[in-house]
Ligand binder design. Structure first.
Ligand SMILES: [Zn+2]
Length: 235
C-alpha cells in the first residue's frame, strides 16, 4: 500500500467480487485489452465494478471535480464521469488501477479526452509518482500547490508548469471566457475586466500576473469581436 499524502485522494478499495473481476482482467495480455472494454454493456459484473468506483470517488472527492474543483451535488450519473487519469484508450492496462481513477465533470472530461499525461508515454507499469505526470495528479499531487482558484471558481492561476498544463488540458478558462456566449456583451465584459484587474493587483507572483494579462488580452479580443458582430447584426 502506498503512503497517502495529506490532501490527496483516497484510492478505491474494491469489494471481493470486484477484486476477482479486476484480477481476471489484469491477468489478460495487454494486447488483448482495449479502452472499449470499459463500455461492455453486456457485462453486469463490470457494471457493478463501475458503480463501485464512481460511488467511492464521488464521496472521497466530496462531489468536487478533480480538475476544475467545481462542486456538483447530484447523484444521478448524468453530471459525472468516471475519469481515467492516464486515458484508457492509450493505457487499457491501467483501466482499474485505483490510483488511475477519479471523477470529473463532463466538461473537464470532454476537454481532457485522450490527451497524453505521462512524461514517459510508453510506460507499461503504472507510474506512481508525481514526477511521472505532466499535469497535477488527483492522487499524487496537492491541487492548491499547482493551481490557485480565485473567486467563485472562475479564475484558475498556475503556480507550476503542471498546473498550467492542467489548466490548458481541461480548458479551465472556459469559465472566464464564457461571456462570449452572453446576450449582453458590454456589461458582462466590464464586470469581468474589473474582477480581473483586482486579481492582477493581488497577484501572488509574476507567473500569475502574466497569466492574468494573457486572459485579459484574450477576453478583450474575443469580447470586442463578439460586440462587433452584434453591432453588425443590428445594421
Ligand atoms: Zn471539472
Amino acid at each position: 500500500m502506498s503512503k497517502s499524502i495529506a490532501g490527496t485522494l483516497k484510492p478505491v478499495a474494491y469489494s471481493r467480487s470486484s477484486t476477482e473481476f479486476v484480477n481476471t482482467y489484469n491477468s489478460r495480455k495487454l494486447s488483448e485489452k482495449s479502452g472499449a472494454d470499459w463500455d461492455d454493456k453486456e457485462n453486469p459484473t463490470l457494471g457493478e465494478v463501475k458503480r463501485e468506483i464512481k460511488n467511492h470517488y464521488l464521496k472521497a472527492q466530496d462531489y468536487t471535480c478533480a480538475y476544475c474543483q467545481q462542486k456538483i451535488v447530484v447523484d444521478h450519473n448524468g453530471a459525472w464521469d468516471t475519469e481515467h487519469i492516464a486515458p484508457r484508450e492509450s493505457y487499457p492496462g491501467f483501466m482499474f488501477t485505483p490510483e488511475n481513477l477519479c471523477v470529473s465533470c463532463k466538461d473537464c472530461n470532454g476537454a481532457k479526452s485522450n490527451k497524453p499525461v505521462l512524461v514517459n508515454k510508453k510506460r507499461r507499469t503504472f507510474p506512481k509518482q508525481s514526477k511521472d505526470y505532466t499535469i497535477c495528479h488527483p492522487h499524487f499531487d496537492i491541487y492548491s500547490n499547482h493551481i490557485r482558484v480565485v473567486g467563485e471558481a472562475v479564475l484558475y492561476l498556475p503556480r507550476t508548469k503542471k498546473g498550467q498544463t492542467l489548466i490548458e488540458m481541461c480548458g479551465l478558462l472556459r469559465f472566464v471566457y464564457s461571456f462570449a456566449d452572453y446576450e449582453i456583451v458590454d456589461l458582462n465584459i466590464g464586470t469581468k475586466i474589473i474582477a480581473l484587474g483586482t486579481a492582477f493587483q493581488n497577484a501572488q507572483s509574476d507567473l500569475e500576473k502574466i497569466a492574468i494579462a494573457q486572459i485579459l488580452k484574450t477576453m478583450l479580443d474575443e469580447g470586442l469581436r463578439a460586440a462587433a458582430l452584434k453591432q453588425l447584426e443590428q445594421m
